[in-house]
Design a protein around this ligand. Structure first.
Ligand code: ADP
Ligand code: MG
Length: 726
């Protein structure tokens, strides 16, 4: 007889639990060679399966020694046992051990591929084997549809596909009728010609005519070891399993997915839903972190707290240049630029009855000493939420839809249709920061152009220059008047006596001619000739401060940051002025944060649990693949691949859903998408991915515990068996 392939020397196996110890194998010494076909018999519970599993490298033994090809194995660690099983053991069990969702042919090819064979060779070899077990005709039938006899023959075919020197069959005929049993036994006998076949059976009679040796167990001891006929002389060593480095995790992952459309769609739906939920809840959470809108707006610094407004100055304090305008308009989300940033804080009233009420007063057009009264229309203001604006520079698109831009103080553009061109009305301007509440300037304007951008009235840039002057001169303000020439000026009635008209007075240090007295209710306003106006403002050029309008408040942080990074000073008046808390809004925001945070955690925890449960159903498949030779690492990696693939697809589907909601205008989603810059969107995907990965690690760990017990510390294993029993 040839050299023994397996030798057991005083080998014992105990099953220990918290309360007692069960003897599985008791001091067994045996020796097996290739060519032997050994029947292992005994009552139920005598230790047959234990022996098969110990020899098969599936269970560890506690004492004694198991030699494989003369080499001891007691020092083996999990990886060594894995290689031992992969290279040396084929296992057939009562419940077939085949992939039910795959076809007959695929089952055999998979076994061959998992043992490292190339695709083409595997097909050729599979045909040979399937012809041997008489299943070639049924090669494209799904394994689930086979009869039990056919399944067991397929299981043998799968075992034969692996060039392992030891084939262990644990009660392979347990579910079969006598006819099929006989077929199976004869196939095993055939297989024993060049390997060791251990047949575990409680019915020796069916194998009697084939086996070369019979071993009988009782209570884990050998009670009989009889040689019945000479063993076959194996002609040559079976080809050792190719030692190709196995990169089979992807292959295994694909295998898990084929033929399971329902399972796949469930996992995909789960991950799409969680991707959507992470976006919605974490997104809302991040949006709610901005607490600006839980506060009152305090307008002492900027009267106009329009949320979409951003105020910009050069950081060197110099006036803006046209290049600056270009640059600022180029920033994303900037819609328009108001060159005279200052006037965005000047109140503006233009709708009679709504913005202001007209009343009639007697106004003194004479001097204090010699009053002359005239009846005038004066305004009383009702709605302070409107502010002046000049024709803005647009980042995209045209500003005017019809007509032309204003060319002087008395022309304007309004929002509306063409029919409004030619309308005239009065615009009241009021700098409430520098003037007392009763001061204002009425400006008669004629509509020369219309737009559909924004709202209200857009004035000529001269208005901007006038008001900039207020801020720079302690409240004094000049307004051009085409009737005046050269050094002529008009001051407010009451400051001078009407009889002084025509004389020279001082304006600052400049001597000017007092040309008349105006009755506008603003003591700090002087009217000057256009020449004088141009002369006074020519050197001040463009203003220092501009106002940008963003397409949405949500972009504030991003735009501020980008503008500041390129060297400007920028701020959001709305943010600046939002100071005092509104308790009810604060409470509401806190509630939103807590709910979103909690829901997010629940969603992620659920995702973990459901993923684990879903992948738990793969355990059986993995056990089979492990028997065929899939390593623990490959199995775990294949779980990772699956989860990654599903997460990526789930996110794609989830984001498609979001896009749909965005297009449909669902407000919550729209506001999140607006608010979150792309990198934060990335963070959301990463959070979702990380949660899925953590779940997959958990699944992989459970898989290792269940399928690769050799890799698990003893304590873990016991725990797991306890679980299984419970
Ligand atoms: P057989 O296959 O001959 O029916 P086994 O090898 O399955 O017998 O079992 C041998 C003995 O070991 C029995 O007493 C059985 O109860 C015990 N045993 C088997 N598996 C376990 C286990 N996982 N934990 C505890 N005891 C076990
Ligand atoms: Mg058994």
């Amino acid at each position: 007889m040839s050299k023994p392939v397996l030798t057991l020397e005083g080998l014992s196996k105990f099953y220990t639990s918290a309360t007692n110890v069960v003897v599985g194998l008791n001091n067994i010494s045996l020796s097996f060679s290739r060519g032997e076909f050994v029947a292992i018999t005994g009552e139920s519970g005598s230790g047959k399966s234990t022996l098969a599993h110990v020899v098969g490298g599936i269970l560890q033994y506690e004492s004694g020694e198991l030699y494989f090809a003369g080499r001891p194995t007691s020092h083996f660690d999990g990886r060594d046992w894995e290689h031992y099983r992969r290279d040396n053991i084929s296992f057939i069990s009562q419940n077939y051990g085949i992939l039910l969702s795959c076809t007959v042919l695929e089952n055999v090819i998979n076994a061959l591929r998992l043992s490292g064979m190339e695709k083409q060779d595997a097909r050729r070899e599979a045909k040979k084997i399937l012809e041997k077990v008489e299943l070639w005709e049924l090669r494209s039938r799904r394994a689930a549809k086979l009869s039990s006899g056919q399944k067991q023959r397929l299981s043998i075919a799968r075992a034969l596909a692996k060039p392992a020197p030891i084939l262990i069959a644990d009660e392979p005929t347990g579910n079969l009728d006598p006819e099929n049993s006989a077929k199976v036994i004869s196939l095993l006998a055939e297989a024993a010609k060049d390997r060791l076949v251990l047949l575990i059976t409680h019915d020796f009679s069916e194998a009697e005519d084939y086996v070369t040796r019979r071993i009988s167990l009782q209570d884990g001891r050998i009670i009989m070891d009889a040689t019945l006929r000479p063993a076959a002389e194996p002609s040559e060593q079976p080809a050792p399993a190719p030692k190709k480095k196995q990169a089979l995790s992807l292959y295994a992952a694909r295998l898990q997915l084929t033929g399971r459309p329902v399972w796949c769609s469930v996992v995909l739906t789960l991950l799409a839903l969680t991707a959507f939920a992470v976006f919605a809840f974490l997104g809302t959470f991040i949006v709610a972190l901005d607490d600006t809108n839980t506060r009152h707006y305090d307008n002492s610094a900027f009267r106009n707290g329009e949320p979409t407004r951003i105020v910009v100055q050069r950081s060197d304090g110099k006036n803006m240049t046209p290049e600056d305008y270009e640059k600022l308009l180029d920033f994303s989300y900037v819609e328009s630029l108001e060159c005279s940033g200052y006037i965005a804080d000047v109140n503006c009233y233009y709708i009679k009855g709504e913005h202001y009420r007209a009343s009639y007063h007697l106004v003194n057009v004479g001097s204090a000493v010699d009053p002359i009264y005239e009846q005038r229309e004066t305004a009383e203001f009702l709605d302070y939420s409107h502010f002046a604006q000049t024709v803005p520079l647009m980042a995209h698109g045209e500003f005017l839809t019809a007509g032309r831009a204003p060319e002087n103080l008395h022309e304007a553009v309004v929002v509306g249709d063409e029919s409004r061109i030619g309308e005239t009305f009065t615009v009241y301007l009021q700098d409430r920061k520098h003037w007392s509440i009763s001061y204002y300037i009425p400006v008669q304007v004629t509509v020369v152009g219309v737009t559909n951008y924004g709202e209200g009235v857009y004035l000529h840039s001269e208005v901007g220059q006038m008001f900039r002057q207020v801020a720079m001169s302690g409240g004094w303000m000049c307004m051009p008047d085409d009737e005046l020439k050269g050094n002529e000026m008009r001051f407010m009635a009451g400051l001078y006596d009407p009889k002084d008209i025509g004389s020279t007075v001082l304006f600052g240090k400049d001597p000017v001619t007092l040309q008349g007295l105006h009755t506008i209710s603003c003591p700090k306003l002087v009217q000057v000739s256009r020449e004088k106006f141009d002369e006074m403002f020519s050197d001040s050029g463009l203003g220092m401060q501009v106002s940008l309008t963003l397409s949405n408040y949500a972009y504030t942080d991003r735009v501020l940051e980008a503008i500041q990074r390129s060297g400007y000073a920028a701020l959001s008046p709305y943010r600046m002025g939002s100071t005092t808390r509104i308790d009810s809004l604060v409470a509401e925001r806190t509630r939103t944060l807590v709910i979103c945070g909690a829901v997010l955690l629940v969603v992620l925890a659920l995702q973990m649990l459901v993923l684990r449960a879903l992948f738990g159903s793969e355990t059986e498949n993995y056990r089979l693949l492990a028997n065929i030779g899939l390593t623990c690492a490959s199995a775990q990696r294949s779980v990772l691949w699956q989860v990654l693939a599903f997460t990526a697809m789930g996110q794609a589907v989830g984001f498609a859903g979001l896009w749909y909601c965005y297009r449909a205008g669902i407000e919550r989603i729209v506001s999140i998408i607006r608010y979150l810059p792309p990198h934060l969107m990335g963070v959301l995907s990463l959070v979702h991915l990380a949660a899925a990965l953590i779940a997959s690690l958990w699944v992989a760990r459970a898989l290792r515990k269940r399928v690769y017990p050799m890799f698990v510390r003893r304590d873990d294993l016991k725990l797991d068996e306890g679980e299984a029993e419970a």
